[in-house]
Design a protein around this ligand. Sequence first.
Ligand code: HMG
Ligand code: MG
Length: 302
Amino acid sequence: MSSSDHVKVVEVGPRDGLQNEAKRVPTEVRIALVDALTAAGLPVVEVGAFVSPQWVPQMAESDVVLRGIERKQDTRYPVLVPNLKGYQAAIEAGAEDVSIFAAASEAFSQANINCSIAESLDRFRPVAAAAQAAGIGLRGYISCVLGCPYQGAVPVADVVRVARDLVAMGCSEISLGDTIGVGTAGQARETTAAVAREIGLEKVAVHFHDTYGQALANVIACLDLGVRVVDASVAGLGGCPYAKGASGNLATEDLVYMLDGLGLPTGIDLDDLIIAGEGICSYLGKPPASKAALAIAAKRKS
Ligand code: HMG
Ligand code: MG
C-alpha cells in the first residue's frame, strides 16, 4: 500500500442511509446534513434518489433537497435514478451526476426495481445515453455482489458481467455493493479483483455494509488491491429497504479514522464529520453507529 495514495470517499448517508430510516426526515434536515458533509470536506455527497415515492417514500422530494443545498465548487452531488423519468426529474432539479443501479442477483433485481437484470440494463441504456450526451457524470451500482438475501451465493461471473455492461453503457465508476453486509475479506478481494481485471481498477469503487462487522476488513483487502474509491455513510446510517436485516453502511467516521491512521489522505476533517453525524443522529433520536465517533465524542466530554 503506498502511503501517498489519495482515497476518494463517497458519502452515501443522505441517500443510502436515510432511505432506510423508519422516521421520515424533512427536507430541511436532509439539506442541513448534506451541507454539513460538504463542510467536512467530503468530495462526493450522494444527495438523494429520484425513485418512485411509493417504493421508497423516504426519498420523496429529493428535488427539493438538491435545489436547497449549498454547493461547493469541487464537491460532486450525485443522485440515484432508476429510469428516464427519474433522470429527467433529476436534471430539472440541477443534477450534474447521476447513478444507475443494477443487481448481480435476479431475485434482488425483482424486489428492488421490479424487473430482471436484463430488463433493468435495457431501462438504463437510454438514461446512460442521455447523460453522456449532456455531459452528466454517470456511476453504476451493482447490488448483492457478495451475497443476496433471496438467492444466497452470487457467482463472481454474474458481478463481472453486469459491471462490463454498465461500463459499456458509459459508467465511469462501478460501485460494488455488499448490500447485506455478508462478505468477508477474501471474498471481497476475489470479487473486486475479478471486476478490476474486466473493467480496470481505476473504475472500481467498493461499498460495504457492516452487518457482520466486516466492512473495514473488506475495505483493507480492496485497498491492498489498489482500489481508491470507497463508499461510506455518516454515522453508519442505512441498510436497504429490500434487503431485510441489512444493517447500516460502513460508517464514514470509522473509515476516515482508519485511512488517517494509514496515512492515506482524504481531505476530510474527522471532527467536522463527527459533528455532521451527531446532527442527524440527534434528529433521529439515536446514537451514531460509528465506534470512532462515539470514542472521540466521549474523549471530548472527559
Ligand atoms: P414500477 O412500479 O415497476 O414502475 O417501479 P412503473 O413504471 O410501473 O411505475 C409505477 C409508478 O411509479 C407510476 O406512477 C410511475 O409514474 C411512477 P403512477 O402512474 O402509478 O402514479 N414512477 C416514478 N415516480 C417517480 N420517480 C421515478 C418513477 N418511475 C416510475 N423515477 C421503479 C419501478 C424502478 C420505479 C421502482 O421499483 C423504484 O422506484 N424502485 C426504487 C428502489 C430503490 O430506490 N431502492 C433502493 C436503492 S438501491 C440500493 O440501496 C442499493 C445500493 O445502495 C447498493 C448497495 O447498497 O449495495 C445502490
Ligand atoms: Mg448500500
